[in-house]
Design a protein around this ligand. Sequence first.
Ligand code: FES
Length: 109
Amino acid sequence: MTVIVKINDATGTLIWEFNWEDNISLAKMAKKNNIEIPVSCGMWACYACACKIISGAEFIDIGKISVPLVDLSLDEKWNYQDVLTCVGWIKSDFLKDQWVHEIVIQKMM
Ligand code: FES
């Protein structure tokens, strides 16, 4: 049905939420909604765009194009704890089912 993405600032305060659109990276979607997430390399190599995943890691495609070149930590269920938002997308399958899903990510700076 839809995926709601919530973005916290570095202190954990909610600064924006929006319904996800398919085929766009988290950083581009945030920018489209006037939330600035720093992007440097734009190709999963520098960590500038990293955000902490607070919840909903299972809905995030961590590297739509390829596996990130930097190490990202995993939790006990093998979900990523951080996402490189320049290449992090929402898994399309979750936009097509009957449920409303929620993802919360937190800016690191
Ligand atoms: S901007 Fe470098 S990893 Fe995303």
